[in-house]
Design a protein around this ligand. Structure first.
Ligand code: FAD
Length: 464
């Protein structure tokens, strides 16, 4: 249902943000008969208009058990190709993926949620919240072009407002979901969709990633073809968000000429590249998607994992609403389920992400040229939970052969810490909220230790 200007102000669930995470949450909960409102600052017809690389591994849809309709798929990839900084050497990572048409995908997710009874308050911005007796009771929202604030009440509030979270940053600081990350926990990205003057001559069937610390320090640059004729491409880069680098500037300097053509879309944005929030729920607030950093820390892909996380949190919100008792205890199961499904892998890849951010162009070339890592091991690394054993097993044997003991030692330490945090998230995740604070201290201790071993300065915390 879509109502404009006239709507009920009391809902079971108030979802802030109509990105993939919010729309899927709204759909899942509304389809069980609960009243759901979606608050979104964009106008309805721009929902889905997200600056993105648009690439998603097909396995995500297989795991979700549904897939978007054919007209939403712009292009199909047979895998990912990763080039070293000299661009002479490349690794092919197997695994089918697709380029989605983000607007159509967003509109499709929106329609699905509205068809199941969710209500959209588009052009509404969440500005404030009201906390009473330790629960959020109201969201104060401003409708574009209208005076004053409206009050929207809910039993559960879901923050799905993206990388710069709008709701959880307004919560009391002692609530663990209000955690402030380091700036370096993000990449800042810029990308353009371009219709090229001449079609691509190679790699049309791949999502292509380039490692290059001059062009994309602390990240990578990419070109993801978006049409079968090789004429439309999504080109961009992400750099570590430490205040030193500007991705737009680097795009102009290094990529503009190489991909000249007619501009179709341009934009920038933040991508969380870290482990998930320590808990996705506190009191009656649930956090999901980029707002909870449910993103792969190494490649920054977050569409699939946001959908997965939103399905998981929805299940526990529904259960809690059915029981009529809403708090972090009744919804705690979502944390364990998410950590097993994806969060522990993220935690482990967060360690790898910091390691990769310390490598030089020479290191990358050496690793790729000597085939120290192959496509299969990278596939294991990015898609399966049990990845460290795979990659270090291969690397160890190769390195022994090639005699790079310093890198071998670094990789042994990397494996040790990747395993340690995985265990912490899988086996030692707290059974109840009262044990969370102690667990967080242990998590911080291990990450701090690894940072100090590799000389990684995380810099400042974000100001929001
Ligand atoms: C440049 C770039 C490239 C990327 N490339 C890829 C890729 O190729 N593949 C991939 O899988 N992932 C990619 N990602 C990551 C992916 O886009 C995100 O992980 C995913 O879209 C997160 O979805 P979300 O629903 O959590 O957040 P979002 O899609 O950001 O949605 C949040 C919504 O909340 C709304 N909102 C925010 N504040 C308020 C407020 N105060 N009031 C009301 N509404 C509000 C916003 O308007 C927005 O619609 C990329 C990200 C970037 C920035």
């Amino acid at each position: 249902m879509f109502l404009s200007g006239d709507y009920r102000l009391k809902y079971d669930v108030v979802v802030v943000g109509a990105g993939v995470a919010g729309l899927n949450t709204a759909y899942e909960i509304a389809s069980k008969g609960f009243n759901v409102a979606i608050i979104e600052s964009k106008p309805r017809n721009r929902i889905g208009d997200k600056t993105c690389g648009d690439a998603i591994g097909t396995h995500h849809f297989n795991e979700l058990g549904w897939k978007p309709s054919e007209d939403i798929i712009d292009h199909i990839y047979s895998g990912v190709k990763i080039y070293d900084p000299t661009e002479e050497y490349a690794i092919e990572v197997p695994g089918e993926g697709v380029s989605v048409n983000r607007i159509k995908f967003g509109q499709w997710l929106l329609k699905r949620a509205l068809d199941h009874g969710a209500i959209l308050l588009d052009r509404h911005v969440l500005l404030k919240i009201v906390v009473s007796n330790n629960f959020v009771v109201k969201a104060l929202v401003k409708e574009s072009g209208k005076p004053g604030l409206k009050e929207v009440e809910g039993k559960v509030f879901v923050d799905a407002s993206g990388a710069k979270p709008a709701l959880r940053t307004k919560l009391p600081l002692e609530w663990p979901v209000s955690e402030r990350p380091y700036m370096t926990d993000y990449n800042i990205a810029y990308r353009e969709v371009v219709e090229l003057e001449k079609p691509l001559e190679k790699d049309i069937e791949y999502a292509v990633i380039y490692l290059n610390t001059e062009i994309a320090p602390g990240g990578y640059w990419w070109f993801f073809p978006k049409s079968r004729d090789g004429l439309i491409v999504n080109v961009g880069l992400g750099v570590i968000w430490d205040g030193k680098y500007n991705p737009r500037f680097n795009y102009e300097r290094y990529l503009r000429k190489r991909f000249s053509g007619k501009l179709i879309h341009r934009g920038g944005g933040l991508v969380p590249t870290r482990r998930p929030l320590p808990t996705l729920v506190w009191r009656n607030v649930v956090v999901v998607g980029d707002a909870a950093y449910t993103v792969n820390p190494v490649h920054g892909g977050g569409i699939g994992s946001s959908l997965l996380a939103s399905s998981i949190v929805s299940k526990y919100i529904i259960e809690s609403l059915e029981k009529g008792v809403i708090n972090e205890e009744t919804m705690w199961g979502m944390n364990r389920e998410y950590m097993v499904a994806y969060g522990a892998k993220q935690a482990s890849l967060d360690i790898l992400r910091m390691y990769l951010q310390k490598l030089s162009d020479e290191d990358f070339t050496w690793l790729i040229k000597n085939r120290i890592v192959d496509g299969e091991s990278i596939y294991m690394l990015s898609s399966k939970a049990d990845l460290a054993r795979e990659i270090v097993h291969n690397i160890s044997s190769m390195l022994r052969l090639l005699g790079k003991p310093s890198i071998l030692n670094q990789l042994r330490t990397l494996k040790k810490y990747m395993d340690l945090v995985k265990k912490l998230y899988l086996d030692n995740y707290p059974d109840k909220p009262s044990e969370l604070a102690k667990w967080i201290v242990e998590v911080e201790r291990i990450y701090d230790k690894y940072r100090s071993i590799i000389g990684y300065d995380p810099g400042e915390r974000v100001k929001w």
